[in-house]
Design a protein around this ligand. Sequence first.
Ligand code: SIN
Ligand code: CO
Length: 383
Amino acid sequence: MNPALTHLSGLPVETFMNEDWHVRPRLFRAAFPDFEPLCDLDTIAEMASDEDIESRLIQQKGKDWTLQQGPFEKLPSLKTKGWTVLIQGIDQVLPEAYELLHQFRFIPDARLDDVMLSLASDQGGVGPHYDSYDVFLLQMHGTRRWKIGPLKEARLRTDTPLKILEGFEPTEEYVLEPGDMLYLPPNYGHEGIAEGVCSTLSVGFRAPTHAEVLAGLLRDFADAVEQNTALKTQLFSDPRRGLCQTPAELPTDLIQFGQRLMAEFRPDASQIQKSLGCLLTEPKPHVYFAHNTEDMSPSEILDVLKARGIALSMKTKMLFSDGLCFINGEAIAPKTPSCMKLLQVLANEHEMDANAANSALQDKEFQYFLIGFAKAGWVETLN
Ligand code: SIN
Ligand code: CO
């Protein structure tokens, strides 16, 4: 697995993360000096035709924009100007993109969204817009001109199916060649226009919305509350309530009771940690795991993992935090520190070679979890 980058065009990554990340744009010329495209144009077309991969086709004719959802059996000719196909989540299907992503692991995995790939004909683009994500725009094939600038006002056009800024006034302009990379913080205006056929990778870092986190936490807390013996057995009480003269009216003391329960509800840090870990590793709705081990017995699974090593599936999201491990939306609390340590290694490294797997799988608890992961298609053999 590729190690995380230490420098970006000579700038220590640490300096970038301390000074620029989430704050201001930054251009990195030859960020990847020996950069090779991750795949060829035919592979891009193939991904765009795959029904399991999310893709969109955007075409511009004058002031008009059209948007179509994939899959696309056939893309327009590259000789036709002004179109772009966007392919989402290529890190989950293209090993080269998965590898590339590892070089960005100077940022927590929990912040990662996905790697998107765009292929454009001459003059193709998605119009001036802003994204709510941090993004690294890495030029893969050909040349793209980026016009960027802070947002004066985020007014969007109402006459297009795309989120296009009305009256965008760029302040800087850069022409990117293969291996060059432009970092943009969230909500920074940008427009990329292909100069000839080009492809661009967007390594996007997800910032969950307040609503998403709070709604996720509340859903989990609802489950926890329903299991809570004290809360389940204590009843609302109204001793000596007095005479009711408006029987259909919702009593004020019941409303106050609800308010008091909400105000007194204080989930502790460990509940929040658990809930957040599950939320942030939840696979996206269209993600399916291949069940290649369905017909295998647990001991056959162990033998093959020991012989060939262990690799997380490219689709697996795995995080850990203080005694808990999270994988694809589930929280695991290992009983032994040795198992926790092994799960941490797997989460950090994403793989174990046959030697490491052999020794790790001597741990009975780790063995138990790995059999489950393999059955779910969350881990695979390394080779
Ligand atoms: C593109 O690659 O064409 C669009 C990427 C972006 O602007 O976010
Ligand atoms: Co964008």
